[in-house]
Write a protein that binds this ligand. Sequence first.
Ligand code: NDP
Ligand code: 7N6
Length: 308
Amino acid sequence: MDIDRIAVHESVAKACPLEAMVAALQGSDVPVEAVGDDASFDAGDCVVTFSPRDVFLDAAWVHGIRAGYDEFDVAAYETAGTALTNSTGIHGDTVPETVVGYLTAFARRLHVYRDRQGDADWTHEPYEAPFTLTGERVCVVGLGTIGQGVADRAAALGMDVVGVRRSGDPAENVERVYTPDELAAAVGDARFVVLCCPLTEATEGMVDAALLETMRDDGYLVNVARGPVVVEDALLAALDAGAIAGAALDAHWEEPLPETHPLWDHESAIVTPHVAASTNRYHEDIAALVQENVERATRGESLRNRVA
Ligand code: NDP
Ligand code: 7N6
């Protein structure tokens, strides 16, 4: 594959400044330029983008700057013969650190005290409310880059870690790995269930009313995957009924989450606006991936992270 232009689509601004991404990609012999929705593409182009556009199918290769590529029509890429690569592999610190933040907030009640701070409120949580992460069980659903990072940190905190992955293969710091058909058994004893899997036909609606019913009533759900992995109405009903103790959600069914959505001021929820992966080095991490693949393409080797 001969790449003679790297076109950085303006949608990358959803994750990092467009100019920073363009600058980070400079340095090889291949020219780099920012492009908007009016641009056209040809067989010498690599497009770096956050969002899909139909016109990208005219390029040689499209690089999505997210790990999740559920918004891309993989079959159309295969039909067009356009390569599609994703950005899995770069979120092994950011997202797991955010997950540790959610777990710590719930256990140590930090979110409650932060909410009260504006009222100079010295009220203590009930004696029974705070607990330690040490000794609690977490079930990590999806044991790839992000799930492994969560498992490593949870184990370091003295938690009991179990996990779920398609293959069922063992993972470091995970005492027992279940397969997706064993999901109910995997979550049953867990104080925390952390979703770190892709959105696929198999995972859409995976966390439904029945699974939430299986969870402990003092258990917490964390979703850093994609909103539709969880059935929205079922989660709201479980939170309202106290069937689970709370949920931390970074990924939502509609983004931005509508202003009137009940989760915004739900006392059992922590809502973040899809920022679990945010870092001031995002442009550098993406540029390293793209530049490695430009070199591979030049040498005629297969692209890393190729999904179509
Ligand atoms: P990886 O590809 O590294 O890992 C995905 C993991 O999910 C694998 O362990 C895989 O199993 C597992 N998996 C796939 N299908 C199922 C299933 N049906 N049930 C249980 N596990 C399953 O991806 P990443 O860790 O890089 O990212 C995971 C997802 O997180 C992304 O697809 C994206 O949607 C989301 N994400 C969200 C971010 C945010 O900002 N909130 C940032 C980055 C990613 P196996 O190992 O057996 O193949
Ligand atoms: C943007 C990260 C992903 O799939 O959802 C995330 O990688 C987006 C900073």
